[in-house]
Design a protein around this ligand. Structure first.
Ligand SMILES: *Cc1c(COP(=O)(O)O)cnc(C)c1O
Length: 354
């Protein structure tokens, strides 16, 4: 056995995916399963495919490369860099775009390779990350894209609750849908796909029909079973498909407030402390390089996370019923940022349990 280790429970993940796919399909929505939180690991992505997603989607071309043997269409989520245009048309069937210069490069590379690359134009509905903000710019882009060879405009998309924290609403979805209809009429084309956002759009499904929207790009809600606008756990899902295990390297009784003059900690912040008296302190061999302390939750509710540094996690085990010793393993559930960091850390072993 070696540690620290992230354990992925295949069945829990697959069931989360099935639950979300069924919910979305019942509203006429197809799911693009977003794999970036686990770095496009193909063995984990297989749970998405088994769970019924219609696409796999990732923001990094390296991850799409890892996924290439899984037989579902792939979507590139981050706006392509000009320098990666060739790999985009090779490894992604569809990409999200907002710059005509980039689409021209994709068109050129696709023509060279005798491919047709599909384009979704992104509309910025106010979250202020990617996409056309002004409608006239969008219409002008459509006019240019439909003239290009090697690429085919298949729809519109939007992304919300990423930078600006804007929560998707029926009004915003309706605006996207009306833009789609206007484009279809003005240019006499059909747009087959309208992608209404990420896991923050799930909350709209409970009491509405998202009439025009027929695609969502879901990461967090598949992995954790949470909709991300309000953080609610969705019925029939679980949040513990990913768990992390760390090994204890020191257990000692120590005061809870440091002695001496307090300067900055290893991350440049001046720390503060709660004085709980002398406590049983536990050091684990895992740190901020591998996880995010704010999105890490001990399974043993008697444990308090005190803090950490790059390579250490410091816990208070005084209130636990368990008498922890050096060499014992402590298990945690994780939220999005910790999963992302743990999956990216080469120091963390990855294990899938079936
Ligand atoms: C990451 C990402 C998603 C998935 O977001 P979740 O909140 O994890 O569902 C969807 N679309 C784009 C463009 C993304 O970058």
């Amino acid at each position: 056995m070696s540690y620290p280790k992230i354990i992925v429970d295949y069945e829990i993940l697959k069931n989360n995916v099935k639950t979300l796919v069924n919910l979305c399909n019942s509203k006429g929505i197809k799911v693009a399963g977003v794999t970036k939180v686990f770095c496009g690991n193909p063995e984990i992505a297989k749970a998405y495919v088994d769970g019924g997603v219609s696409y796999l989607a990732d923001s990094r071309i390296e991850n799409l490369e890892r996924l290439k043997d899984l037989n579902v269409p792939k979507i590139m989520l981050r706006l392509p860099m000009l320098s990666e245009a060739e790999r985009i048309v090779e490894l992604a069937d569809v990409s999200l775009n907002s710059e005509i210069e980039t689409i021209r490069a994709l068109s050129e590379k696709a023509l060279e390779k005798n491919l047709t690359h599909k384009i979704i134009l992104m509309v910025d509905l106010g979250d202020l990350r990617e996409g056309y903000f002004h409608e006239e710019d969008l219409f002008q882009a459509v006019e240019e894209v439909i003239k290009l060879e090697g690429v085919k405009l298949i729809g519109l998309g939007t992304n919300l609750t990423c930078y600006g924290g804007v929560i998707p609403s029926i009004d915003l979805m309706d605006r996207l849908n009306r833009l789609k209809i206007e484009i279809e009429e003005r240019f006499n084309i059909e747009l087959e796909l309208i992608s209404g956002g990420n896991s923050s759009s799930i909350h709209l499904l409970s009491d509405h029909d998202l009439k025009g929207i027929n695609n969502l790009r879901l990461g967090e809600s598949l992995v954790l079973g949470t909709e991300s606008a309000y953080g609610k756990q969705l019925e029939g899902t679980r949040n513990d498909a990913f768990r992390i295990q760390a090994q204890i390297i020191e257990v000692k009784e120590k005061p809870s407030v440091p002695t001496g003059e307090i300067g900055r900690d290893a991350f440049g912040k001046v720390p503060t402390f709660v004085d709980r008296g002398v406590r049983k302190r536990i050091l684990c061999a895992i740190g901020k390089q591998d996880i995010d302390l704010d999105t890490l939750y001990p399974v043993d509710k008697g444990i308090i996370i005190l803090g950490g540094s790059s390579d250490h996690l410091i816990l208070d085990g005084t209130d636990s019923e368990k008498d922890y010793k050096v060499g014992d393993i402590i298990e945690f559930t994780l939220h999005y940022v910790s999963i992302l960091r743990a999956m990216t850390s080469e120091y963390i072993k990855k294990e899938i349990v079936y």
